[in-house]
Design a protein around this ligand. Structure first.
Ligand SMILES: [Fe+2]
Length: 197
């Protein structure tokens, strides 16, 4: 892996869409909160931590290839726009594969929008492949929860913020549906010290 992939991607993202850059670093921070429990419960080992961090900070790298208009619009996306936005996991995967990132990081990026139940319909469908359950790579299942939680509590031009308490409740409720139930439980437990609003 080329040593400066992370600063290069983050540098491009900073110029393109600062909200995505902030999101990447917040997801990495939420992963940091989870790491003690993930290692304690032997879900990951110490040696996995650097690759999990890299996966978290790069998970939306494919958004570099999404048009500025789509990233910044204040409108709900139309069907065709949504289709284009939902290409970002595969675009990120292909781009980082060309830079020789290892497969465990690549697969986390490719599958971070899949759903535990494999549902590909509804408001939050799993994509790109409809992979489900333990077929979703572990790092992707960890990132999914942190990613969704940050999306809930953060301001976006097209939606309001959800209070932390309500967002935690939703993460719990979506265990076994959107998320790996065990990982969603660990996330909620790891957040016990997180400042409530
Ligand atoms: Fe994403």
């Amino acid at each position: 892996m080329e040593a400066n992939v992370i600063p290069t991607v983050l540098g491009v993202m900073e110029k393109k869409d600062s909200l995505t850059l902030i999101h990447l670093s917040k997801v990495q921070q939420f992963i940091n909160l989870m790491i003690p429990k993930l290692t304690q419960k032997n879900i990951i080992s110490e040696k996995d931590i650097p690759d999990l961090w890299t996966s978290a900070i790069l998970h939306d790298a494919g958004k570099i290839f999404v048009s500025d208009h789509l990233l910044k619009t204040e409108m709900r996306l139309q069907q065709e726009e949504m289709r284009s936005m939902r290409e970002h996991p595969v675009r990120g995967y292909n781009f980082l594969k060309s830079l020789n990132l290892p497969e465990n990081i690549l697969s986390a990026i490719k599958y971070h929008h899949e759903r535990w139940d494999g549902n590909q319909n509804g408001r939050y469908p799993g994509y790109p492949e409809g992979v489900k359950g333990f077929d979703i790579p572990l790092f992707a299942r960890i990132i999914q929860v942190a990613d969704a939680f940050d999306a809930m509590i953060s301001y976006r031009p097209y939606k309001s913020q959800k209070p932390v308490s309500e967002s935690i409740k939703e993460i719990k409720e979506q265990g076994g549906r959107q998320f790996d139930p065990y990982i969603s439980q660990i996330f909620v437990e790891s957040l016990s010290h997180y400042k409530m609003n």
